[in-house]
Structure formats: C-alpha cells, structure tokens
Design a protein around this ligand. Sequence first.
Ligand code: NAD
Length: 266
Amino acid sequence: MGRPFDVAGRTVVVTGGAGGIGYALADRLLRGGAARVVLADRDGGQAAEAAARLGERAHGITLDVTDAAAVAAVVEEVEKTAPIDLWCANAGVARGEELGGDADWEVSWRVHVRATLHVARILVPRMVGRGGGHIMITASAAGLLTNVDSAAYSVTKHAAVAFAEWLAVRYGDDGLDVSCLCPMGVNTAMTAQDGPAAATRLGGAYIEPEDVAESAVLALAEGRFLILPQPQAAVMEQHRAGDRDRWLSGMRRAWRELRAARPSAP
Ligand SMILES: NC(=O)c1ccc[n+]([C@@H]2O[C@H](COP(=O)([O-])OP(=O)(O)OC[C@H]3O[C@@H](n4cnc5c(N)ncnc54)[C@H](O)[C@@H]3O)[C@@H](O)[C@H]2O)c1
C-alpha cells in the first residue's frame, strides 16, 4: 500500500484533461478540495474551455505529452507557484485496428509510455527530493488483459502498467507514490464510435467518466496502487493469472462470438 493521498489543498496536473476521464478526474479533484488543477491537453482550446467550466482553480493549457521539452516547461511553469503533488498521466489515443501500422504503434508508444517517462525523469527526482509526490497513470484493463481490436493499444497499455509497477517498486520507499487506473469501457469521445460488437464490450456495459473519477479518488485516499473501476476486471485478471491457457481459450471463444456479431464478419 502507498500512502493515503488527501486531495485537499493539492496542486495537480491532468494530461488529456480537455474531456472524458481526464476532465472528470479534474472535476472530482476540485470538488475534493484541490487548490489548483491544470488541464494539459494537445487540444489547448478545449482544455481552456473545460477549465472555464470548472472555475477559477482550474487552468487549461496546451501540451503535447510526447514532447519532452514541452513537458519540462509545463512542470517548471506550474511549480513556480507550488510543487506538483499529483501528476495524472491520462492522455491516450485509440489507434491501430488489428495489427495496425507503424504510425499507430509509434503514436501509441509515444503517448502511452514515452510521455510518462518524460515526466518521470523530471518529477521523480523532485518528488523524492521533497519527500513526497504521486504519479497516477491511466492505463486500461487492456493493459492487464487485452483488447482484441488493437494490438498497438493493448501492448502499449501493458507497457504503461509495467512502467507504473516499476516506478512503484523502485521509488516507493523513497517517497514516491504511484497508482495505475485500469478501466474497462467508459463512455467518452474515445469510445463514441464503438459499435455493438466492439471488443471493449467484452468487459460489460460501459460506465461514465464520473464513475472512474470517483473510484480513482477513493483509491488515492486509501493509498491503493491498482484502480479497477469495474470489479469484473479483477476477476478476469485472476483467471488470466491462474490458468493462462484456459483464459486464452475463454478469450478466443468470446472473440468468436463478437466476430460473428459483426456485420462484415469474415
Ligand atoms: N474510454 C475508455 O473506454 C477507456 C478505457 C480504459 C482506459 N482509457 C484511457 O483513459 C484515458 C483517457 O481517455 P478517454 O476515454 O477520456 O478519451 P478522450 O479521447 O475523451 O480523452 C483523451 C484526451 O487525451 C488527449 N490527448 C491525446 N493525445 C495527446 C497528447 N499527445 N498530448 C496531450 N493530450 C493528448 C486528447 O486530446 C483527449 O482530450 C486514455 O489514456 C485512455 O486510453 C479509456
């Protein structure tokens, strides 16, 4: 267990905060008493609009999280006012059907893994040096299990989980707290085009971003690493770890049923 994180009075950055889960996280953190929440998004216009809706303790800025220099500049700028207590590495992309192309893999790797590395290189020494700080990584249940629709998404989200675990093991005793948010389907812009037979639906009915944010804030308060807003993800993960061959057979069966339900089923 990590240390309980009390949101009140904290300075937070949420990447991918212009909408969806990031926006809901920002909203919930502000309602929990955060002093300042910076919504950092590639789409700076939407981030600014989102911040305006959230009130004067929210700030929207443009940030491409794959740009290491830009990430460093944002950390410098925010910390002119107060140290960052919580960085939510939440920006994400859904790219690459099936095996996907090189560009899909490249952007998925850069957004889901390299971006967190960029911020960790700057923030980990600072947080360790001042005796505390928290990095929350939004991975996905696809990073624990799989998402049959996209290899690039599944594999880079597994890497995101692995990086979160690595950070927690390596720096947990040095004052860094880490958590890893792994939802199944959530109703956001990312899933708006999902048809009735999208692979994400294997996880059951989609939940709302506000439900994800509520789970995340509860887990922060309890100092828990793994945040599973849908409890069935924990059961599925236990099945996977308990008998990998049986789990793979079950996944293939579910995939056959999904594929058969698709209009253009091969
Ligand atoms: N929606 C789901 O079903 C679901 C499930 C599990 C995990 N997730 C993860 O949750 C996170 C948030 O996704 P969402 O569902 O809210 O989708 P979303 O599309 O609403 O939000 C993603 C945000 O990330 C921003 N973004 C993308 N690339 C960026 C970059 N390079 N730099 C800065 N910002 C960038 C986008 O502009 C967007 O505002 C993602 O990491 C996603 O993979 C989503």
